[in-house]
Design a protein around this ligand. Sequence first.
Ligand SMILES: [Zn+2]
Length: 97
Amino acid sequence: MTTTPVDASAITTLDVRDFLIDKQTSEFCSACGSDQLRLMDTWPDVMVSLRMDRLHTSAPKVKEEVLPVAVVACQKCGCFRLHAVAAIVEWKRSRPR
Ligand SMILES: [Zn+2]
């Protein structure tokens, strides 16, 4: 996954749906098994703290990044899962046209 800023405006709800289908993600909630999943139509940012010192001893211990994500939320129990928009952008870019 890239660490450069992601242009989330290049992604549509249809892109995310096609990505999830292409990647064969589950159509069921991982918590309750419901099929009442809904894709949010905005891409909120999440803050991710990465422990860098485990990989590179000279690196700062923690690196923080803001990543836009697609949110799939269960309408029955509220459980949600996140898909990095960067992965969807890369998938869309590399897809045959
Ligand atoms: Zn659920």
